[in-house]
Write a protein that binds this ligand. Structure first.
Ligand code: DOR
Ligand code: ZN
Length: 343
């Protein structure tokens, strides 16, 4: 690394929403321009429930990529109360992982799991076949405060699952609290976590103080500054349990700027520049490559990418919007200045 340039192994996005249809066609090129691979979230409507669904969705993604793209979509099965050990066994060759959405936790989670015990037979088979479990870690009981839902999930659900399935690989997705950092640190090497750019760069004041900022609203929701600081510390620590997953989740401008705005931050066009900003601000830019390009592949037991990307130190402004499925979409940090630019 020189003072004004940094070259990295090409990163991967271990948590990405690409949607389908016109939305997919609008956003696929952004991840393809930066990332080698993406773990593609299965919360479509209807969701990705079987090997056949995963294969069809992967074909749709490949068809939506630019002709010269080498981006590799890694598919994920959506777990429901009806997912059986046979569903897992049948899909194990077609997917890289399976995702737990607690029913009602977030966008398109209505078909999710209503009680963790309902998927215990499926988890048993995942453990046996070495299919990793990806977790949206929030409880959904209405009496639990939205800022506490991740911490309660750890206490009530995740501690139990990790104890009951000690050999199951688990990625605690888009962690947002010091509680989650501490849990992952104390857990076995089978347990890792992804961290988004918005949870590194923002806290709940950036969403709620001085007027509601709907483009900073996602789930799990941004937490207070002390949690943001714990996430920055974890991401830049060099601990291989923490790696890149943007959770880039496209929703149209109209759906975000609404009386009932959708949850999701769209970061795909500048994902690596956003992470570079967070690591640069922390004085830890030399830790970015491990987090962005090595630890995720290592955890999944996949090869690191062979290509390289270069970032240069140069102030530039994020676009204010992009065309999107008949409307427009506003990216994370629209119109704001970032310090590192992809060459
Ligand atoms: O903010 C979010 N948006 N969190 C999720 O868990 C889902 C995602 C989406 O699909 O829009
Ligand atoms: Zn997500």
């Amino acid at each position: 690394m020189q003072n004004n340039k940094i070259t990295l192994i090409q990163p991967d996005d271990w948590h990405l929403h690409l949607r389908s249809g016109a939305a997919l066609k609008a956003v696929a090129k952004f991840s393809a321009a930066q990332m080698g691979r993406g773990i593609i979230m299965p919360n479509l409507n209807p969701p990705v429930l079987s090997a056949a669904d995963a294969q069809a969705y992967q074909a749709e993604i490949l068809a939506a990529l630019p002709a010269d793209s080498t981006f590799e979509p890694l598919m994920v099965l959506y777990l429901t109360d009806q997912t059986t050990p046979k569903t897992i066994a049948d899909a194990a060759q077609s997917v890289t992982a399976a995702k737990l959405y607690p029913a009602g936790a977030t966008t398109n989670s209505a078909s999710g799991v209503s009680n963790i015990s309902n998927i215990y037979p499926a988890l048993e088979m995942m453990q046996k076949l070495a299919v990793p479990l990806l977790v949206h870690g929030e409880v959904t009981r209405p009496e639990v405060d939205i800022f506490d839902r991740e911490a309660v999930f750890i206490d009530e659900i995740l501690s139990k699952v990790t104890a009951d399935f000690p050999d199951l690989k688990i990625v605690f997705e888009h962690i947002t609290t010091k509680n989650a950092v501490d849990f992952v640190l104390a857990a076995s090497a089978k347990i890792a976590a992804t961290i988004t750019p918005q949870h590194l760069l923002k806290n709940r004041n950036d969403m709620l103080a001085g007027g509601i900022k709907p483009h900073n609203y996602c789930l799990p929701v941004l937490k207070r500054l002390s949690h943001q600081q714990a996430l920055i510390q974890a991401a830049t620590s060099g601990n291989p349990k923490f790696f890149l997953g943007t959770d880039s989740a496209p929703h149209s401008k109209n759906d975000k700027e609404s009386a009932c705005g959708c949850a999701g931050v769209f970061s795909a066009p500048y994902a690596i520049e956003l992470y570079a900003q967070a690591f640069f601000d922390a004085g830890e830019l030399d830790k970015l490559e491990d987090f962005a390009s090595k630890f995720g592949a290592d955890f999944y037991g996949l090869k690191q990418n062979s290509q390289r990307i270069t970032l240069q130190k140069q102030d530039w402004k994020v676009a204010t919007e992009f065309a999107f499925a008949g409307g427009v979409i506003v990216p994370f940090m629209a119109g704001q200045t970032l310090s590192w630019q992809l060459v």
